[in-house]
Design a protein around this ligand. Structure first.
Ligand code: GMT
Length: 379
């Protein structure tokens, strides 16, 4: 099949999932055309059947806000026509779904039929999308999509609560590539960071408010009162400076390492003992899945779709959002007994295997076939 994938090119979860999906589809024989304003960060190789089409936005001085959606729509029309695509798969509703819907309408006026699938990732529904400034456009685009997927049952239900749609939504969870994410022996790295055998607690995110990185630091401070430990903070974003200040206030500067944006995140996860994800809302929790694949148990909030991944008492624990005491207590419970820790690590890996890329990507392929067959205008 010739598939167009529209996504954000950044390190955000939706861009990562879209890019890994595209790479995997290409390896399974499909022609994959990525369409975005920059080459996606995870698009680290090209083969004869992976293509990238950049969207150029004019910066005419009249535009205080460059009209990206219009440029994207025009590019979609062009790529679908020229490359004779069979299907467009857009990741993150805003503004990709409405751009695809308009492109579909323009192409239809020229007698070209292109089915579109919208994949909902999280904040496009829960935080951003439901805002009145976006809601009518998102609702319309969902209703005009030929297929919709959501990355968890929880996100599917959130979509029905916040938007005017009763269209079918297929749940296809995030997935993990074990060729990359599996435990790698990097003991020299562990020794350098934790020379006295301290436990390593880790958090990776884009340091946005929704991730509650402040809670991560406060939980860690409580863990450290009981257990020798170090905290690795991977990623960067708007909250980074506040978090640095908090670490200074709590006298934690020697126990917390800010590692910034890291490509080989699997190497850091591989030496870690516990992953913290206290998010305010989280549709799935891809970062937790990456940790679990590297045998790292997870103490998380019970928000959104996290309970569909992290299993209470088996792969970690789930607590109410903001309950720092409970999260610290559960973390200490996991860390202070080595046999117990080993068991949690094993369970985490075992659970992650259920989201193996080879199990999930075929679900997208099957959905593509169904949508292609059933979409109005299909020949
Ligand atoms: O908020 C982020 O972390 C980025 C965001 C995105 O859409 O780029 O991530 C969302 O999509 C991921 C991939 O499907 C999910 O694993 C994340 O849980 C989700 N983030 C939130 O819901 C906050």
């Amino acid at each position: 099949m010739k598939i167009g994938i529209v996504c954000y090119p950044t390190y955000g979860g939706s861009g990562v999932v879209a890019t890994e999906l595209g790479k995997s589809l290409a390896m399974r024989g499909h022609d994959v055309h990525f369409i975005s304003y920059k080459q996606p960060a995870r698009l680290d190789f090209f083969t004869g059947n992976i293509f990238f089409h950049e969207v150029y936005v004019s910066h005419y001085p009249l535009f205080d806000f460059p009209p990206y959606e219009t440029a994207l729509t025009s590019r979609l029309v062009d790529v679908v026509k020229f490359e004779k695509l069979d299907l467009l798969h857009v990741h993150y509703a805003i503004p990709h779904a409405s751009a695809a819907v308009l492109a579909k309408e323009i192409l239809a006026s020229e007698g070209i039929h292109i089915p579109i699938i919208t994949t909902l990732h999280g904040t496009d529904i829960t935080l951003v999308g439901k805002d009145p400034s976006f809601e009518p456009v998102v609702s319309y685009s969902l209703n005009m999509s030929d297929g919709i997927t959501a990355v968890s049952e929880s996100l599917k239900q959130d979509t029905f609560s916040h938007f005017h749609t009763n269209k079918d939504i297929r749940v296809i969870p995030n997935f993990i590539d074990f060729e990359r994410f599996s435990k790698k022996a990097k003991d020299h790295f562990r020794k350098a960071i934790a020379p006295n055998g301290e436990h390593l607690v880790v958090h990776t995110s884009n340091f946005r408010k929704v991730k509650r990185v402040e809670d991560v630091v406060k939980i860690f401070a409580k863990i450290r009162e009981k257990i020798p430990a170090k905290l690795l903070l991977v990623g960067d974003g708007p909250e980074r400076q506040n978090i640095e200040m908090l670490c200074r206030d709590l006298c934690l500067v020697n126990s917390v390492s800010f590692l910034g944006k890291q490509d080989p995140v699997e190497e850091i996860l591989s030496v870690s003992d516990l992953f913290l994800m206290p998010s305010e809302t989280e549709s799935f929790g891809l970062a937790a899945l990456e940790a679990m694949a590297c045998e790292v148990p997870v103490v998380s909030s019970n928000a959104g779709g996290i309970p569909e991944l992290n299993i209470e008492g088996e792969t970690g624990f789930l607590c109410n959002v903001g309950d720092i005491d409970a999260m610290a207590e559960k973390s200490i419970y996991i860390l202070n007994d080595l046999d117990r820790l080993k068991k949690f690590k094993k369970n985490a890996k075992h659970r992650a295997m259920e989201f193996h890329i080879d199990k999930i990507v075929p679900q997208y392929e099957q959905f593509y076939e169904e949508v292609k067959k059933n979409s109005v205008g299909a020949k």
